[in-house]
Design a protein around this ligand. Sequence first.
Ligand SMILES: Cc1cc2nc3c(=O)[nH]c(=O)nc-3n(C[C@H](O)[C@H](O)[C@H](O)COP(=O)(O)O)c2cc1C
Length: 233
Amino acid sequence: MVKAVVINGSPRARKGYTAMVMEPFIQGMKDAGADVETFYAKRLKVKSCTGKMHCWYEKPGICYIKDDMQKVYPVLRRSDILVLATPVYVPLPGEMQNVMNRLCPLVIPKLQIRAGRTRARFRDDVKIQKIVLVATGAWYERENLDTVLRIAREFAEDASVEFAGAVLRPHAFLMKQKGELTKDGIAVLEEVKKAGRELIEKGKMGKNTLDTIARPLIDREELLQRYNKVAKS
Ligand SMILES: Cc1cc2nc3c(=O)[nH]c(=O)nc-3n(C[C@H](O)[C@H](O)[C@H](O)COP(=O)(O)O)c2cc1C
């Protein structure tokens, strides 16, 4: 059975738009037979990395900081897929960055050159083969999520595993109105579920599926009007 671990970095945890998108993705993975475990960075007590490289040079593979990351490491080690789920905070919420920095002990402290770049790789006891991104933003264009996409892709390449694609949802807040999912919101979440299924069944998500998820829901001028109406300056 494929095992996936999700790290949701939204400070709004279960109440956030990222969780709203993440839930059907998890359901899709489960429908296709995956075992999925989720961590909310906000609910974990995770100290920031001290940069002493203890996990590389003193005790390779072991983080000396005794906090909630110690219960995340074993799950990461036995997972085939790591899903990074995050809102865009130009670029990441602090909670998410903290967890990502603390993934250093999963990596072998020996550098290699691959395709002209200095890279490392996951330790042999880390099963992760694929990294996937699920990201939401509030602004109009899909390109607002490019920085986060770059981070997730770079992270996968640094660890020498496949970057298996990104579920990107710009202006995610428009999927709900007065707390209820809109028709478009429901349709997008159906596609998200499909993406989760495809990831497990085919090993990758279809381009059409991902494009449908990321599609504009209204035109840009209308978004500006709706967004700016509630903003005080
Ligand atoms: C500090 C901060 C910075 C943000 N920067 C961007 C941004 O550059 N582009 C964007 O599209 N959304 C931006 N957003 C909006 C969030 O990414 C968006 O509302 C997201 O869906 C929130 O997800 P959540 O509810 O799971 O936390 C920002 C939000 C915050 C709080």
